[in-house]
Design a protein around this ligand. Structure first.
Ligand SMILES: Nc1ncnc2c1ncn2[C@@H]1O[C@H](COP(=O)(O)OP(=O)(O)OP(=O)(O)O)[C@@H](O)[C@H]1O
Ligand SMILES: Cc1ncc(C[n+]2csc(CCOP(=O)(O)O)c2C)c(N)n1
Ligand SMILES: [Mg+2]
Length: 323
């Protein structure tokens, strides 16, 4: 199988959003009046973002899920994506499973593949560029957090990091259902696209959690020139995490990464609407803290509380070059 056979067989599907899709030098599609394009790219590298023996269907799914999560964080509606892929060899069974996982999620979000690039490389490397649409000016930025806003997070934290620790046999969990659940959260994250779109008219700032709360919340604080108080006892954690020693659980929930949940701020008077969204989406939305003003000369930072009292808690988000 050659390069162009591979593209035709595994990556070319009917699509309606682009007038010119896969097969020419560029894809071409029309602009929509009244909307802005949100565009973002995220890469997955073998050994760094996933283990070499990962199920290729999960890998195809996750490569797109992490990108859709960035659209969700802006409140954008998915439009289409580009796929760049480097592979050591053209293994038909691997490609069949990879593309099945990828298109399963693409179809669910009406977000077709309209182009990309294919090359041989020593490791599996996947880079997806996704684009979405928001009404003009409606995209939710990291810079909008205001003093007095509540800080909210969707879903539960630390499950995927626990899943990775289980696979690497760094942690043991007795309950087989909780084990499976954590590993599934690592491999099959659910991008919160519909929730993000609804939050666009409610949240003052928003981002998705990929590196862990401790690192990602700092991005909002730096962009918004604020600090925050976060109550560790309010971090949403599943039973498997709550069963671990407390510091280990809090470390997974704040610094483990790979959560792909939404972190957002909103005025306290939006609470009832947010609680309604939690019900509508059958997804916990937890209020974990508050945005505070910076005193003169202070740097943006997180003040961690445990049961209402300031506590010494050190956690750092995932950083590819922090070694
Ligand atoms: N090599 C690069 N060249 C230009 N811009 C970059 C580059 N790498 C990252 N950026 C930009 O820096 C900002 C932060 O990128 P980062 O990858 O940390 O955010 P993210 O994609 O939301 O998080 P994650 O990759 O952990 O999901 C984004 O605006 C991104 O477009
Ligand atoms: C094998 C293996 N080792 C480590 C991790 C954890 N991990 C890797 S990158 C990242 C942050 C998000 O990435 P980025 O910032 O590049 O989007 C996290 C939490 C994993 N998933 N698999
Ligand atoms: Mg990124």
């Amino acid at each position: 199988m050659g390069e162009f056979d591979l593209i035709r067989r595994f990556f070319t599907r009917d699509q309606q959003v682009a007038r010119v899709g896969i097969g020419d030098d560029c894809a071409i599609f029309g602009a929509q009046v009244g909307y802005e394009h949100c565009i973002s790219t995220d890469m997955l590298v073998e050994g760094r973002h996933f283990l070499s023996d990962v199920d290729p269907a999960a890998l195809g799914y996750k490569a797109l899920a992490t990108n859709l999560s960035d659209l969700a964080a802006m409140g954008a509606q998915p439009h289409s994506f580009l796929l760049s892929i480097g592979l050591p060899q053209a293994d038909e069974r691997w490609l069949q499973a990879f593309s099945a996982g990828l298109f399963q999620l693409a179809q669910r979000h009406n977000c077709p593949l309209i182009g990309g690039d294919t090359t041989r490389s020593p490791l599996v490397v996947i880079s997806i560029t996704v684009q979405g649409l928001v009404p003009h000016g409606a995209g939710v930025l990291r810079s909008g957090a205001r003093v007095g806003d509540d800080i909210w997070v969707s879903g539960t934290l630390g499950d995927a990091a626990l899943g990775l620790a289980l696979l690497q046999e760094r942690i043991r969990v007795g309950d087989p259902d909780e084990r499976e659940r954590a590993i599934s959260r690592l491999h099959w994250p659910e991008p919160r696209v519909a929730l993000g779109m609804e939050l666009a008219s409610i949240a003052s700032s928003m981002m998705d959690l990929s590196d862990g709360l401790a690192g990602d919340l700092l991005h909002i604080l730096r962009a918004s020139h604020r600090k925050a108080a976060v109550e560790l006892a309010h971090l949403p954690m599943r039973a498997a995490l709550r069963g671990l020693p407390r510091m280990q659980a809090l470390s997974l929930a704040t610094a483990g990464g790979d959560d792909y949940e939404l972190l957002f701020t909103a005025e306290p008077r939006a609470s009832a609407r947010i609680e309604q969204l939690a019900e509508d989406h059958e997804l916990p939305l937890s209020r974990i803290g508050r945005i505070l003003p910076l005193a003169g000369g202070e740097l943006p930072q997180i003040e961690w509380l445990l049961d209402g009292r300031p506590t010494q808690f050190e956690a750092q988000g995932f950083d590819h070059f922090d070694d």
